[in-house]
Design a protein around this ligand. Structure first.
Ligand code: NAD
Length: 431
């Protein structure tokens, strides 16, 4: 795994891609550091009566294009640097798909799996209490991320409303449907990635039946992309979660795996005696082996920093679709590009989630709910347009898709920054 400081790596990549795209240095300077990061210690009463303090972060990275937007992660390995890197990527991501948002991210250093439900609720409410001054429907709008979900978003909305004594459904997205959530939000990240793969299949002439896919991470994003791909005829030959990975040359029945995981909380349960065990032959492999499989498409959908100098030479898949944020370290970008790998970058591949979060916020503000078909067709419109822009620019410049995606995003952010006036404008050199 990565020893590299993920934020330093993210800024180095931004500087490199920004320079290659000819973005003005003042724009890159505006994006080199976050605007503000609130660090808090969350006091939470445990069920045994004791009190524990959990370190928590909220980073509002840049708001040139609008209020900031980004998920909240509950994970024992959360760090300040990780939250800042994720907030930078959110800034780029919102701009790639053309949303009127800046980027943000939040996190709590906690292993949520060892908390009781009541402790989890207290922690979620404590997070909102600590951050309520920097969060708001026109200021900063959180959403779910790793190990947070719709119920947690509902608790946080409720806490925000109790503090401010108002109803504010647009303060957070990814909520339960009855608490102002949007139809189609839960599947949105997976569906957005699926739409990118469909577009890629169209421009690269891929035959789904001959396309074997390995997916690292079988959570919200990983499951939904797997489900849609299988439905479209692709073969999902390997999947993994934090406990381990499984492989089957013939491909898995994704929904059976999902049901089994829901019931047992882990994929390893597939090894037990039970219905799914008999469905297909499978072998157990490690998470590292999954990344190095000889497949047509590799989809990292778990955590960042899983492909770096230690394993880049062994990555065989010619196409990598980054459903997780930051799975590939910037320091190996060039190596992968030189080896002809096609990488659909995170800032595009997983942008379906924030896009439907945006739809949820729009619906909350309008007080009018869309149908599932409306959400899906608008998402398809946004993702196809964004993929097309990035693909065409990449082809025109013979550049990697990541470079093209950053170029699209940085140009939009630059336009917003320049609209306030540049040095040339204030010196009277331009209109
Ligand atoms: P999740 O909590 O639903 O699932 C995470 C999955 O990763 C789980 O199956 C977990 O077991 C697995 N995992 C954890 N550590 C692992 C490891 N070392 N090896 C293999 N698997 C491991 O989270 P999610 O919402 O699906 O998010 C996954 C990734 O997608 C994250 O990088 C997240 O930032 C990104 N993402 C999610 C969304 C969203 O809307 N959910 C949007 C954009 C990006």
């Amino acid at each position: 795994m990565a020893e590299t400081n993920v934020f330093v790596d993210a800024v180095a990549r931004l500087e490199r891609l920004g320079a290659e795209a000819g973005i003005a240095p003042e724009v890159i300077a505006a994006l080199r550091d976050p605007r503000e990061t609130l660090i808090a210690s969350l006091p939470v009463r445990l069920d045994d009566g004791s009190r524990r303090y959990f370190p928590a972060f909220r980073c509002r990275y840049n708001n040139a294009l609008g209020p900031t937007k980004g998920g909240i992660r509950f994970h024992p390995n959360v760090t300040l640097e990780e939250v800042q890197a994720l907030a930078l990527w959110m800034t780029i991501k919102c701009a790639v798909v053309g949303l009127p948002y800046g980027g943000a991210k939040g996190g709590v250093i906690v292993d949520p799996k060892v908390l009781s439900r009541l402790e989890l609720e207290r922690l979620s409410r404590a997070y909102m209490r600590a951050m309520a001054n920097v969060i708001g429907p026109d200021l900063d709008i959180p959403a779910p991320d790793v190990y947070t979900n719709a119920r947690i978003m509902g608790w946080m909305r409720d806490e925000y409303e109790a503090i401010h004594r108002i109803k504010a459904p647009g303060v957070i997205t990814g909520k339960p449907i009855r608490l102002g959530g949007s139809l189609g939000r839960e599947e949105a990240t997976g569906r957005g990635a699926f739409l990118c793969i469909q577009e890629l299949a169209r421009v690269r002439d891929l035959d789904p039946a001959k396309t074997r896919i390995a997916i690292q991470g079988f959570g919200n994003a990983g499951y939904h992309v797997a489900h849609l791909l299988q439905e479209a005829g692709y073969r999902i030959v390997a999947v993994s979660d934090s406990q381990g990975a499984i492989y089957s040359e013939d491909g898995f029945d994704v929904d059976s795996l999902h049901q089994h995981k829901e019931a047992t909380r882990k994929l390893q349960g597939v090894y037990c005696e039970g219905s799914v065990c008999q469905l297909v032959d499978h072998e157990r492999i490690s998470n590292d082996e999954l990344l190095e499989l000889d497949v047509e498409i590799l989809i990292p959908a778990a955590l960042e920093g899983v492909i770096g100098p230690w394993n880049v030479d062994r990555i065989q898949a010619p196409i990598i679709v980054e459903v997780a944020n930051g799975p590939i370290l910037g320091e190996v970008d060039a190596q992968l590009f030189e080896r002809g790998k096609v990488i659909v970058p995170d800032v595009l591949a997983n942008a379906g989630g924030v896009t439907v979060s945006y739809f949820e916020w729009v619906q909350n503000r309008a007080g009018y709910a869309w149908t599932l078909d409306e959400v899906r067709s608008r998402l398809a419109e946004v993702m196809k347009r964004a993929f097309g822009e990035v693909w065409e620019l990449g082809a025109a410049e013979k550049a990697a898709l990541r470079g093209a995606a950053y170029t699209v995003a940085l140009r939009r952010i630059a336009e917003a920054i320049h609209a306030h006036g540049t040095r040339e404008y204030f010196q009277g050199d331009t209109d």
